[in-house]
Design a protein around this ligand. Structure first.
Ligand SMILES: C[S@@+](CC[C@H](N)C(=O)[O-])C[C@H]1O[C@@H](n2cnc3c(N)ncnc32)[C@H](O)[C@@H]1O
Length: 356
């Protein structure tokens, strides 16, 4: 191992040290968030309706006999990572920041609570320990989850009803956020559509947002039997159990919301092929809502950019990949789609409209 030769100033060295300590400890943020959701801390603060004191919070939480001093440490960290506010009073009180509270409550329309619970579940997190294994040549396209458990997330969900329920609820919560942003920021993609096929549409969360905004559209939610069996359609939303690798029904437009990022390029191409067969070559369109990563030479450095980059590694762990704009364009062109239009929306995802 060669000696490190470059002279560095103490301040620079301290920055380097701090950077590494923060990377080592950054898992704390995720797990403190999960702990706060599990204890229903955000719900209790919200229900109180005004800043809440430590003793009142302690007695309002559903878990009995919490230690106030330990709860205070957790609250102090939640405030440090900007998930709650602490007043300057002595003793302090706690409130929710208006910008993020809707995402943290268990019952709000924009709740990410189920998503937090399932994606930070012990079983899922275990996959991150095998990231190195899934990088090996022999692993092919297998995710770390698959390397550890011998099955994909969707295969596991098909034989584990509890995990399936948690997964689908997690997707529905986060899906409502993407769908609402899609309708608000790119609603024109639905103009003229009468029959929309929501491929891999889960429990129909996006379908209900779209049909609520555009009552003239009939939305067919197309997903695996263990996801849609027993779900009852209404208000223009219907459910069909099937496999998108076998067939996609005909429609004016096909929606693929957070679907292609679950799959390798080869499998994504297979799905796109079925979608292409399902839409009219003249008038039909494909609507994709998925993450678009910044290109390597882009100078993006904000919270959304970090979340998108981290999501790509999450897909490496759980299955799939995020793509840059040029990767999306070549995937779509390769599958016979042209005229791709990328629209940023107020969500992690972009909307990509593609025609044959
Ligand atoms: C990441 S979730 C996205 C759900 C929804 N589109 C959303 O954004 O909230 C992927 C969905 O694809 C579905 N799926 C996986 N394999 C499928 C297949 N072969 N045929 C149809 N749906 C499938 C899953 O059951 C799941 O609901």
């Amino acid at each position: 191992m060669p000696e490190l030769s470059r002279e560095i100033r103490p301040a620079e060295e301290l920055d380097g040290q701090a950077l590494i300590w923060n990377k080592i400890l950054s898992i704390t943020d995720s797990l403190v968030l999960k702990c706060a959701v599990k204890l229903r801390i955000f719900d209790a603060i919200h229900l109180h309706g005004r800043p809440i004191s430590l003793p009142t919070l302690c007695s309002s939480l559903p878990t009995p006999s919490l230690r106030p001093s330990t709860l205070l440490r957790l609250l102090r960290y939640l405030s440090h990572i900007r998930l709650i506010n602490i007043t300057d009073d002595r003793p302090p009180s706690f409130s929710l920041p208006p910008s993020s509270s809707a995402f943290l409550l268990s019952t709000s329309k924009q709740s990410l609570a189920s998503f937090i619970t399932i994606f930070l579940d012990e079983d899922f997190l275990g996959a991150f320990h095998a990231l190195d294994v899934c990088l090996r040549e022999g692993a092919g396209e297998a995710s770390a989850f698959e390397m550890v458990s011998g099955e994909t997330v969707f295969e596991r969900a098909a034989r584990d009803p509890l995990l399936s329920k948690k997964f689908n609820e997690g997707m529905a919560g986060s899906g409502r956020i993407t769908a609402a942003a899609m309708v608000e920021g790119a609603g024109r993609v639905f103009e003229g559509v009468r029959m929309l096929i929501d491929v891999g549409g889960g429990m129909g969360a996006a379908a209900r947002v779209v049909s609520g905004a555009f009552p003239g559209i009939r939305v067919l939610v197309y997903d695996l039997p263990h996801v849609v069996d027993g779900l009852v359609g209404s208000d223009g939303v219907e459910f069909v159990a099937a496999d998108m690798f076998v067939e996609v029904p005909q429609g004016d437009a096909v929606l693929l919301m957070r679907i292609l990022h679950d799959w390798s390029d080869g499998k994504a191409m297979d799905i796109l092929e079925k979608c292409r067969e399902a839409i009219d070559a003249e008038k039909g369109k494909l609507i994709i809502a998925d993450i678009v990563l910044a290109e390597e030479d882009d100078d993006e450095d904000d919270e959304l950019h970090h979340a998108r980059m981290a999501s790509d590694i999450m897909m490496m762990a759980y299955g799939g990949k995020e793509r840059t704009k040029s990767e999306w364009s070549s995937l779509l062109l390769g599958a016979g789609f042209t005229r791709c239009r990328f629209t940023p929306i107020n969500a992690l995802q972009h909307v990509i409209e593609a025609r044959i």
